[in-house]
Ligand binder design. Structure first.
Ligand code: ADP
Length: 515
């Protein structure tokens, strides 16, 4: 099991048990900080849709009108040509030959039919009829209609009454245009262009500008469904393309808004959490300051109690009064323990002003080792220390604090090994974390190691397994190391014994600062 303390990391152990900090619940409103932008996106979509509908209607109508104009122009030319062909190749020769036109005679009718069929051949004329003066059908491509007078369209009357030879156009549609717009295909004959044209005798022989006498009214139909279908397809294409592009645009906009909202919401939640945490820390810091000032007040009278008990103890030892000696010994021991606890607590709780100087770690460790030498010797503990050259062991920090941290670790190791053992200390350059090179100090003792059940609590302030322990040694170490931007790892070595690993950011400068 490994216990690590990284810089600025909040371990569960260090949290005050009585205070629970929960992330503030985020209201839906806070989740949608860009609600207005979302609203704008939808309004934009509606506007784009409306505009695209208007645009497609306009473009579609323009295309349809252009196609229709072409069709009408063609039909007008055809009507004019039919008039010319009928007059020149049928009316004139028949009148000259027979004196009159009798369409009831098969030969005459066939002659007219021949002229008409040869003129309209290949020009996609569906149906052609010629009405006489009394609106009776005198010629038709459907022979069953001959002689009927009830099939005349109102435009026949209009054409026969017209003084000029302008054709009249009508569109007969089997389906309304809006329905045709939504259909995938159209049956042939869905849109028919009907042209009505007054058949007149030509006056060119007389070079007169006047219209010739009316011979009858010509009516023919042409299927314009393919052209209409082209116009509809074009209009459909415009609608689909504008719908798709505007839909895509809005989807992208919404995705962007959603992503931005998520980022903003996360930041807002984080900001709130930090605010709550800050408040909590401020409260705790306030409490800490009060307790620290109480501890400070206790320390001086406690020092007097301890030294007085020590003095009295020395005197009573010589007086052979064992009962009093025992009591004085107990007062002295407790006062000393309490005094140690108060000092440790003040070290732990007091805000630290870290000096930022170049510290030679090698020297600091050697100094702590030298100070503890008598203790090593009395317990028959052997200390092995492999270090680096002074220039390689530089860190930026506070010499006294780092000394205190290493002292606590070594002191714990001595206590853990009881009598006899080996403490191996290694100071080495560690693989760089990112840009910064680091130094790694490993303390490996030959004691029993950390008990598995106590390891999770080992960094809790006041947690101790010792009768005379304060439980503040490792929390002080942890606080010092993390405040230097380093990390602390506590674990058991596979070969036995406790491993305390400290890493600190190394200083690149080669200039040494004396300790
Ligand atoms: P204290 O030394 O006053 O008990 P610490 O915070 O220094 O307080 O240590 C907390 C506990 O961690 C100790 O009581 C001990 O159980 C355990 N501990 C610390 N160092 C070692 C070690 N080198 N080997 C085994 N256990 C240790």
């Amino acid at each position: 099991m490994i216990k690590s303390v990284l810089p600025r990391e909040r371990t569960p152990q260090s949290a005050t048990p009585s205070i629970t900090v929960e992330p503030e619940k985020i209201t839906p409103n806070a989740m949608e900080p860009l609600g207005f932008a979302r609203y704008i996106a939808w309004v934009t979509l509606l506007l784009v849709l409306l505009l695209s509908c208007l645009l497609s209607t306009y473009l579609g109508n323009t295309a349809r009108t252009t196609l229709m104009a072409k069709q009408k122009e063609f039909s007008a030319l055809l009507a004019e040509n039919l008039n010319h062909q009928i007059y020149r190749r049928f009316t004139l020769p028949t009148i000259l030959g027979f004196g009159r036109i009798a369409l009831r005679q098969t030969a005459v009718y066939e002659r007219l039919d021949n002229v008409v069929q040869s003129t309209i051949h290949g020009l996609h004329v569906e149906h052609l009829r010629i009405f006489g003066h009394d609106q009776v059908i005198t010629y038709s491509t459907i022979t069953d209609e001959l002689g009927k007078d009830e099939l005349a369209h109102p435009s026949i009357t209009a054409a026969s009454a017209s003084s000029d030879d302008a054709p009249i156009f009508d569109i007969d549609s089997a389906v309304p245009y809006w329905k045709a717009f939504f259909s995938f295909s159209l049956d042939p004959g869905a849109f028919i262009l009907r042209t009505t044209y007054p058949l007149r005798m030509e006056n060119r022989l007389t070079s007169s500008e006047d219209e010739g006498p009316l011979m009858g009214v010509l009516e023919f139909t042409r299927d314009i469904t393919p052209d209409m279908l082209t116009a509809i397809r074009f209009q459909q294409l415009i609608v689909v393309v504008t719908l798709m592009s505007s839909g895509l645009m809005v989807i992208l906009l919404l995705l962007f808004i959603r992503r931005a909202e998520r980022v903003i919401s996360t930041r807002m939640a984080e900001e709130r959490r930090l605010q709550v945490e800050l408040l909590q820390h401020e409260k705790l810091a306030g409490m800490g300051r009060v307790i620290a000032s109480i501890a400070h007040e206790i320390r001086n009278p406690l020092g007097i109690i301890r030294s007085s008990a020590e003095l009295l103890l020395k005197r009573s030892t010589s007086s052979q009064d064992t009962g009093t000696t025992r009591i004085l010994q107990a007062i002295f021991d407790e006062a000393r323990r309490l005094s140690q606890t108060v000092s440790d607590f003040l070290d732990y709780a007091r805000p630290r002003q870290i000096k930022q100087v170049q510290v030679n770690l090698s020297g600091v460790i050697s100094q702590a080792l030298a100070f503890l030498e008598p203790e090593f010797a009395s317990r028959k503990i052997h200390a092995e220390y492999s270090d680096l050259t002074n220039a390689q062991a530089l860190v930026l920090g506070d010499t006294d604090m780092l000394y205190r941290a290493f002292y606590n670790i070594m002191s714990n190791a001595i206590q853990a090994m009881k009598n006899t053992g080996i403490l191996r200390i290694t100071l080495a350059s560690a693989p760089a974390t990112g840009e910064t090179p680091t130094l790694r100090i490993v303390f490996h003792d030959s004691g029993d190691g950390f008990a598995a059940e106590t390891l999770p609590h080992i960094l809790d302030p006041f947690f101790t397994t010792k009768d005379d322990g304060t439980g503040l040694g490792l929390p002080i170490v942890s606080s010092i190391i993390t405040s230097h931007g380093g990390s602390l790892t506590l674990e058991n070595a596979p070969t036995g014994g406790a491993l305390v690993i400290v890493t600190l950011p190394a200083q690149m400068s080669s200039s040494l600062l004396t300790l």
